[in-house]
Design a protein around this ligand. Structure first.
Ligand code: KIV
Ligand code: ZN
Length: 510
């Protein structure tokens, strides 16, 4: 066993692997806020970005490093000296810094992606890890596509990395291909065969392409890995990574068979889940384990009856364990600022006074239109990514004409970089007319990939949350907004996606 204790380190890569997920762009400020929340909830290592990838990544890693409190801050680097230098520079101000360097080791990746012979790959491992050790004594090395690497070669590669000074060896299931017993056997095999394996920490990094990321990560831990790489809401490339909330709660709820501890304050889970969803514009699937809207909902009569008699009949953990309040007290237009603050805290949002001022104004506007404001309404309000101080484009005025007589039309005023622009456009329905008006006022060639509407609560005065996904030259961005008027929410969600696209263009990476 690598680490004799039963403590499992939590390595969060929401800001790196998570942000690589198509459309999951976050702004600099959002990354700082999320990093602070990760630090506060007890994440051991935060992978803050890939500094060489863009100026934006570099700036985010640098500032997160400078503000870090307890977490180790990690930057990713390929096996290239320039990448490692850039990561080290970004991490300079971290209290504790880790460089994570990687190279592919599977036959497929070495032949087609790297076009390198295995011996050259071993040389690159030796060089990159020792170069990283010149900057910090906390160096992590990963064999990309590790689970599809031949065992003999994987042992040689891991041994080379350990000899060169790696202190953590992470085994990625890059394409989400492995299954739990194989994931466990791989760690056990490395522990048994690689000289020096008992001196380092093994980590597991599982993708969810076959829906087994959490199971594979936990199986690796049972075999001796003592670091899990994961993301909030399971965000990440393609089908995502193992979800932090799932691995942490699995080890807590099933401590009888998974007797491992983490330093995570689980009551902070729901707050950060909502923050990540809002920042990325990725709604959390309703039936998502732990953090989905329905994760603690009991609909059927039989279940409700059981719950009333004893919560343990159908509940293996309590909502408050992950920071969810059990009450759904209705707020209204007479509710004051203090009540809103306390309600939001119950829902997992801890707001500074200036943030609360802003939200209170929006809450009052909503309460004026809607008699009763439910928890779901407040969550939608907090997830609304629009009208932030950094937005270059804002919806100032919208009036649509719709009904049985075509053409439907939209009269729209957008404020673009501080100046108002007005147009009237027609379309096939009010939403189409509105989107045509946006295109007329702010020319762009992004294509609409997804348009999705959800009613937040029941009733005809319910708010609608709208998600929009746009694609431009391979860059995918999403936008989200909520309003009691579906067409207004649609316009704001589209504009939110455009603002995210502008951030993405500035960052200059696909
Ligand atoms: O999935 C993967 O292989 C990765 C590596 C960079 C660790 O994210
Ligand atoms: Zn990954």
């Amino acid at each position: 066993m690598t680490n004799p204790s039963d403590h499992v380190l939590i390595f969060d890569t929401t800001l790196r692997d998570g942000e690589q997920s198509p459309g999951a762009t976050m702004t600099h400020e959002e990354k700082l806020e999320i990093a602070e929340m990760l630090d506060d909830m007890g994440v051991d290592i935060i992978e803050a970005g890939f500094p060489v990838a863009s100026e934006g990544d570099f700036a985010a890693v640098s500032e997160i490093a400078a503000r870090s409190k307890n977490s180790v801050i990690c930057g990713l680097a390929r096996a290239a000296l320039g990448d490692i230098d850039r990561a080290a520079e970004a991490l300079r101000q971290a209290k504790r810094a880790r460089i994570h360097t990687f190279i592919s080791t599977s036959p497929l990746h070495m032949k087609y992606k790297l076009q390198m012979e295995p011996e050259a790959v071993l040389e690159a491992i030796e060089q990159s890890v020792s170069h990283a050790r010149g900057y910090t004594d906390d160096v992590q090395w990963s064999p990309e596509d590790g689970t599809r690497t031949e065992h003999d070669f994987l042992c040689r590669a891991v041994e080379t990395a350990i000899k060169a000074g790696a202190t953590t060896i992470n085994i990625p299931d890059t394409v989400g291909y492995t299954v739990p017993n194989e994931s466990a056997d791989l760690i056990a095999m490395l522990l048994e065969r690689v000289p020096g394996a008992d001196t380092i920490t093994f980590a597991t990094h599982c993708h969810n392409d076959l829906g087994m990321a959490t199971a594979n990560a936990l199986a690796a831990v049972a075999a001796g890995a003592r670091q899990i790489e994961c993301t909030i809401n399971g965000l990440g490339e393609r089908a995502g990574n193992a979800a932090l909330e799932e691995v942490v709660m699995a080890m807590r709820v099933r401590h009888d068979v998974l007797p491992y501890d983490t330093g995570i304050d689980a009551t902070k889970i729901i707050g950060i889940s909502r923050k990540v969803s809002q920042a990325t514009g990725f709604p959390v699937q309703y039936n998502k384990a732990i953090v989905g809207k329905n994760a603690f909902a009991h609909e059927s009569g039989i279940h409700q009856d059981g719950m009333l008699k004893h919560a343990g009949t159908y509940e293996i953990m309590r909502p408050e364990d992950i920071g969810l309040s059990q009450t759904n007290l209705v707020m209204g237009k007479h509710s004051g600022r203090a009540a809103l603050k306390s309600k939001l805290r119950e829902l997992g949002y801890d707001l500074a006074d200036n943030q609360l001022r802003d939200v209170f104004v929006r809450f009052k506007e909503l309460a004026d239109r809607k008699k009763e404001v439910f928890d779901e309404d407040l969550i939608a309000l907090m997830s609304d990514g629009t009208d932030t101080a950094n937005d270059r484009i804002r919806v100032r005025f919208l009036r649509v004409i719709c009904g049985t007589e075509a053409p439907q039309s939209a009269d729209l005023t957008l404020t673009i970089d501080g100046e108002d622009h007005q147009v009237t456009a027609t379309g096939d329905g009010p939403v189409d007319a509105t989107f045509n008006a946006i295109k007329a006022l702010f020319a762009h060639k992004a294509r609409l990939q997804l348009y999705q509407v959800h009613a937040v609560t029941e009733g005809t005065d319910a708010q609608a949350t709208v998600s929009v996904r746009l694609e431009e030259d391979g860059k995918i961005v999403t936008g989200q907004s909520a309003d009691t008027d579906t067409v207004v929410a649609s316009a704001k969600a589209y504009v939110n996606a455009l603002n995210n696209l502008l951030v993405r263009r500035e960052k200059g990476r696909p």
